[in-house]
Design a protein around this ligand. Structure first.
Ligand SMILES: NC(=O)c1ccc[n+]([C@@H]2O[C@H](COP(=O)([O-])OP(=O)(O)OC[C@H]3O[C@@H](n4cnc5c(N)ncnc54)[C@H](OP(=O)(O)O)[C@@H]3O)[C@@H](O)[C@H]2O)c1
Length: 228
């Protein structure tokens, strides 16, 4: 049994990751922005002590530090799941620059803020893992240009995770990026080709199997390497 911190468990992939881990007996520290809106589904797990909800917004470093202060236990896995698709206007020829900045703030800086705040907890576990839900849309080798703010934010977070893998190697902490598939969520839409269940199951299998040799890598939900 391990302890997993997952950002954004209110819906989508984060919610399903939390559900699968709780049902198999792991401990989950789940973050939400609005604890009052948390699903009643979690009540039993909160009562039996398996789930702890923390409130934070990944744009707000103060809220992340406050949440980290409320946790006094080792963390085996940190899953940076919270993310946004970005503004309506995000082409290279017509950009909502404030929206682009906000996308970088949530998708790129948010995961790094979260890692820094919870690093003491990760250091308390042996061979902890940092897993950031990125996207193949951020692959530099993939020349498509729609939703460029989102793509750039995911390219950047991949680089940040690779840097963390290098900087934390001596601590025995692994860091990887994961493409979850095109998943049927609010973000992915109903026409997407992967269910949240299949995506979450695949991501958890990948996390279970990663070793220090995989650190710094980028993988899809089926465990296959993705090109940066
Ligand atoms: N769905 C796909 O096809 C797909 C494909 C590739 C990558 N991804 C990535 O997978 C991750 C999850 O996506 P999803 O499809 O599950 O999206 P989603 O259904 O839109 O859910 C997004 C989650 O992120 C949280 N979040 C957003 N902004 C936040 C902030 N500033 N602070 C804290 N939490 C915040 C949301 O919380 P609230 O409920 O409070 O808004 C929600 O829990 C994202 O990183 C996304 O980029 C998804």
């Amino acid at each position: 049994m391990g302890t997993y911190l997952i950002t954004g468990i209110g819906r989508g992939i984060g919610q399903e990751l939390a559900r699968v881990l709780l049902l198999r007996g792991d401990r989950v520290i789940g973050t939400v922005r609005d604890p009052d809106g948390a699903s009643a589904e979690w009540d039993g797990f909160i009562k039996n002590g398996q789930l702890k909800l923390l409130s934070l917004d990944v744009r707000d470093g103060g809220s992340i530090k406050e949440a980290a202060k409320r946790l006094d236990e080792p963390l085996h896995v940190l899953i940076n799941n919270a993310g946004i698709i970005g503004p309506d206007r995000q082409s290279t020829l017509d950009m909502d620059f404030d929206g682009f900045l906000d996308t970088l703030n949530v998708n790129t800086l948010g995961p790094l803020r979260t890692v820094q705040a919870f690093l003491p907890h990760l250091r308390r576990a042996r061979a902890a893992k940092i897993v950031t839900i990125s996207s193949r849309m951020g692959s530099i080798s993939y020349a498509k240009s729609d939703r460029i703010a989102y793509r750039a934010s995911k390219s950047a977070v991949n680089k940040v995770m690779q840097g963390l893998a290098t900087d934390l190697r001596e601590d025995g902490i692994i860091a990887i990026s994961v493409h979850p598939g095109w998943v049927r969520t609010d973000m992915g839409g109903s026409g997407a080709d992967v269910s949240v269940q299949d995506s979450a199951d695949g991501i958890i299998k990948l996390i279970d199997g990663i070793t220090p040799g995989n650190s710094g890598g980028f993988f899809d939900w089926q465990g296959k390497p993705v090109s940066f």
